[in-house]
Ligand binder design. Structure first.
Ligand SMILES: [Zn+2]
Length: 255
């Protein structure tokens, strides 16, 4: 067994941060940003998200058929984007499609808006259909840890309108579980918080590889650190939930 000490400041950092109107970003996310698209050097994402997007596009041979519309936004950019949308489109439209400053996944460096490359691309609501090359992107994206973050029918949960173009990196196995079960990311984090704990994980198995994933939530201790003692037979990854604690993901071989 090994005891891990997680700094409670890390609740606000990681790949599984829940970011929405009631969960603003609390830590700066401008570290570890890199270009996600060879031809658009200014479109930056955090490393795992950049790799996932790049790998997905390469696997499906997207070429120039899919283009980025928006990736990482500095907090000041989100502010001016929100203000500009308000001026141009009014409050109803802006609240539906543009996240409040401080509450946008684009400020986390884990989200990207993509468009089918057509002559006129709408900068707020780009076209990204469910068929053709964009459909292929969706299928491959999940395997690389990306989810469609604002699905149809989940507007009441996410607080954002259906956005077929907005993808969020959450990693594996989370993307697979969320997509297969038709969840919003809010549903998933809520499920982990209420139904899992150390010793009572959400378990998924990959039959092909024999890899077992376990995912569970750990509420943060009151002090500066949260201590967690875990068996040595697995690989662990920790992420804050941007709410009340940590999500532990482990990989092990089926016994
Ligand atoms: Zn977006």
């Amino acid at each position: 067994m090994t005891t891990y000490e997680l700094d409670n400041e890390r609740i606000f950092r990681g790949d599984l941060l829940l970011v929405n109107a009631s969960h603003p970003l609390r830590a700066a996310c401008d570290r570890d940003l890199r270009p996600a698209f060879p031809r658009w050097p200014k479109m930056l994402l955090r490393r795992p998200a950049a790799l996932a997007v790049r790998q997905t596009l390469e696997r499906i041979g997207a070429g120039d058929l899919i283009v980025p519309v928006s990736a990482y936004r500095a907090p000041s950019e989100q502010k001016s984007l929100y203000a500009a949308a308000l001026r141009k489109h009014g409050e109803d439209y802006t609240r539906k499609y543009v996240a409040l400053p401080g509450c946008s996944e684009h400020e986390s460096g884990l989200a990207v808006d993509l468009a089918l490359n057509v002559k006129r691309i709408d900068p707020i609501c780009p076209g990204f259909p469910y068929d053709g090359i964009c459909g292929e992107f969706r299928t491959e994206a999940v395997k690389n840890g990306l989810i469609e973050r604002y699905p149809e029918g989940k507007e009441g949960v996410t607080g954002i309108a259906h956005e077929p173009w907005h993808f969020r990196y959450v990693g594996w196995p989370h993307a697979g579980f969320i997509t297969e079960n038709g969840l919003a990311f809010e549903d998933y984090i809520g499920l982990l918080q209420s139904d899992t704990e150390p010793g009572k994980p959400l378990v998924t198995k990959d039959r092909k590889s024999g890899i077992v994933n376990e995912v569970f939530h750990v509420p943060a201790d009151g002090g500066k650190v949260t201590r967690l003692t875990l068996p040595d037979n697995a690989v662990y990854q920790f992420s804050g939930d941007n709410d009340e604690g940590f999500i532990v993901t482990l990989w092990r071989r089926e016994a």
